[in-house]
Design a protein around this ligand. Structure first.
Ligand code: SF4
Length: 218
C-alpha cells in the first residue's frame, strides 16, 4: 500500500465506521454484567478465554459473590474452583482477590472511575480498565485493544504497530473520542463474524473496498 496521508486515512476510517455501524448496529460488550464490579470480574476472567465460557461461569459466580468484600474475603481455593473452567484460574483468582481487596480498602467498596485508580488495582491493566470505563461508566478514556482489535487495525491499515499500547495510541489519534468504546466493539464483532484470524471472509466483507488487507494472503 502506498503511504497514506493522515487526511486520507481519516476519511477512509470515516467510511469504515459507517460500514461497520451498518453491519453491527447493535454492537455491544458481550460479557454479561449488571454492575461495574461484575464487568470488572468478567473482564479479568475473559483473558485467554471466550466470552461465552465466561458468561456461563459468571451466572453462578455473580449469584454467590455480590460485593467486592465477598470476593476479598472468599478463601482463594473456593474462588479458584468457581472460575476453574476459564483457564489460568490461579492467577485470575489471585487478581480478583487483590483487586477487590483494594476496592474495599481504598474505594469504599465501589469500583473507581478513573484510569489511574483502576490500573492501581492488583491485576488490572489498561485493557481491563478501558473495558470497565467505556462500558460500565460510559467514559471514553482509551480504546480497548484485544487480539481482534489489534489484528483488524493492522489489516485495515490503521496502524503498523504491534503492541497494544502503541496500537491504542494510533487509534486514539484517528477515531473520534465519543466512538472509542463503540469502535472496539465494531472491530471485535467484525473479527468474530467476518475478519477471522485464519481465513478472513474478504469476499463478503462490508469493508472490502476500504481495506488494504495488510498481511492477508490475496
Ligand atoms: S476485507 Fe478482509 S482483511 Fe479487510 S476487514 Fe474485511 S475480512 Fe478483514
Amino acid at each position: 500500500m502506498l503511504r497514506e496521508t493522515v487526511r486520507s486515512k481519516t476519511a477512509r476510517l470515516k467510511k469504515i465506521i459507517v460500514a461497520l455501524d451498518g453491519a453491527y448496529p447493535e454492537a455491544h460488550c458481550e460479557l454479561d454484567h449488571q454492575s461495574p464490579l461484575e464487568l470488572l470480574i468478567a473482564t479479568i476472567l475473559s483473558a485467554q478465554c471466550t466470552d461465552k465460557r465466561v458468561n456461563i461461569v459468571t451466572v453462578e459466580l455473580f449469584r454467590k459473590y455480590r460485593s467486592a468484600a465477598d470476593y476479598a474475603n472468599a478463601p482463594v481455593a473456593e474462588l479458584e474452583q468457581a472460575i476453574k473452567t476459564t483457564g489460568f484460574f490461579r492467577n485470575k483468582a489471585r487478581n480478583i482477590k487483590a483487586a477487590c481487596a483494594a476496592i474495599v480498602e481504598k474505594h469504599g467498596g465501589q469500583v473507581p472511575q478513573t484510569m489511574e485508580e483502576l490500573i492501581q488495582l492488583g491485576g488490572v491493566g489498561r485493557k481491563t480498565a478501558n473495558v470497565v470505563l467505556g462500558n460500565a461508566f460510559g467514559l471514553n478514556v482509551g480504546v480497548v485493544v484485544d487480539t481482534h482489535v489489534a489484528r483488524l487495525s493492522q489489516r485495515l491499515g490503521l496502524t503498523k504497530q504491534k503492541t497494544p499500547e502503541k496500537i491504542e495510541k494510533d487509534l486514539m489519534g484517528l477515531v473520534p473520542q465519543p466512538q472509542w468504546a463503540l469502535f472496539s466493539h465494531w472491530l471485535i464483532w467484525h473479527g468474530r463474524r467476518r475478519c477471522f484470524a485464519r481465513k478472513p471472509d474478504c469476499v463478503n466483507c462490508e469493508t472490502l473496498k476500504l481495506c488494504p488487507r495488510i498481511g492477508v494472503r490475496k
